[in-house]
Design a protein around this ligand. Sequence first.
Ligand SMILES: Nc1ncnc2c1ncn2[C@@H]1O[C@H](COP(=O)(O)OP(=O)(O)OP(=O)(O)O)[C@@H](O)[C@H]1O
Length: 440
Amino acid sequence: MERYMLIKEVGDGTFGSVWRAINKQTGEVVAIKKMKKKYYTWEECVNLREVKSLRKMNHPNIVKLKEVIRENNILYFVFEYMECNLYQLMKDKEKLFSEAEVRNWCFQVFQGLAYMHQRGYFHRDLKPENLLVAKDLIKLADFGLARETSAIPPYTEYVSTRWYRAPEVLLQSYLYGPKVDMWAMGAIMAELFTLRPLFPGASETDQIYKICNILGTPTMDTWSGGLCLARNINYQFPQFNGVHLSVVIPSASDDAVNLIASLCSWDPSKRPTAMEALQHPFFQSCYYVPPSLRARAPITRTPPSAGTKDLLEQQTAKKYPVALSDSRIAGNFSSPKLPAMLSTGVQRKLDLMNQDLNKNDKTMKSTVRQQKYRPPVRNSPTNTGEKLANMTIAPRKPTIGQLPRPMKAGVRWSGSSSDLLIRPAQEFQSGNNYPRKVAG
Ligand SMILES: Nc1ncnc2c1ncn2[C@@H]1O[C@H](COP(=O)(O)OP(=O)(O)OP(=O)(O)O)[C@@H](O)[C@H]1O
């Protein structure tokens, strides 16, 4: 560790604190995650999920693990450094992000996800804090909960931060898969548009309540498997008709709303894969023609109906999807100031995915924000957590089209989930000191 000089703490997670540091020999700025738990042998370290999964991943939208160091029984991960996380970008934002910005980020995240899902991993804890941003680049981080899809269920331990937790996980399915990441992305994408969490549940029960409130109660048609899961744990869904997502996310285009709606399908099998999401019309403009080709070829967009094959054919034809959908950003590609990672990594994205498709058959089948974004306290991840088992929520009076009340700064609540929806905003205490901890 003497090779590194720690500069400043930039993050304090459940498992470790993260520092901006400098490699004294090379001058390179890195992020060093110092694990809180002590590690007395190397075997313990190499078996860590974060190590096992990350060392196998090499993708421009997945944060690069450079080195693992164990010194005095303390474990350090050395990562490439990223400027901030997506939550930090959202929390102080006064104006909404443009759709082009949302599109750019989401396109990249789906590429990272497509890559990791194809390699047989899923993340399981996607949330804005785990999406790291540097300029126009965004990368998946925090693989502490990543899991191999080939791992044998049941998956019983704690999974994912509540607000982004898929309904099958909330209902204690032991057989969930990569589609949990797609659900989380639907919730994150909506949050990028509104700067407020889509399903800010105050507890696991309230989490399902909030989902029902927006999506409508699941039915045999929309999610028969979910009704079984609920029955298994003696849980009764609250009754809601739901609202159209365009009402909840008014600034999003029809394409964006359509994609979010399919990502947030109750039934995991109805959610698109990451590869399918990349081909959604919302990303139609995300195809970048390198400057060298611009004079010769017009930008070709992926037809809305294009399948994987078409997409891959387009890559072969050197139409690089780089999630840079406006000309200002695209122009940056010819800039000599462009960071090396942009010039090398980004254009390889779908090429890498293409390789993986062939190689790896393990693939499993602008308005000012009205309220400051101040989520509630959350508990640390826990294996026990509160459970829905044996808990029955009496059907509440159906409230057609009722939306969660905008969250006030520092909203704190006690009482039932329904209170949250009906209490006047002024009853909420205000204050800005709420840590964004919603796990459990
Ligand atoms: N490579 C990086 N570059 C810059 N900042 C980083 C980097 N990695 C992590 N961070 C910052 O540190 C925070 C915590 O990191 P990380 O999520 O890996 O820790 P954790 O203990 O696993 O957290 P969690 O409580 O989410 O499980 C991130 O939200 C981010 O703000």
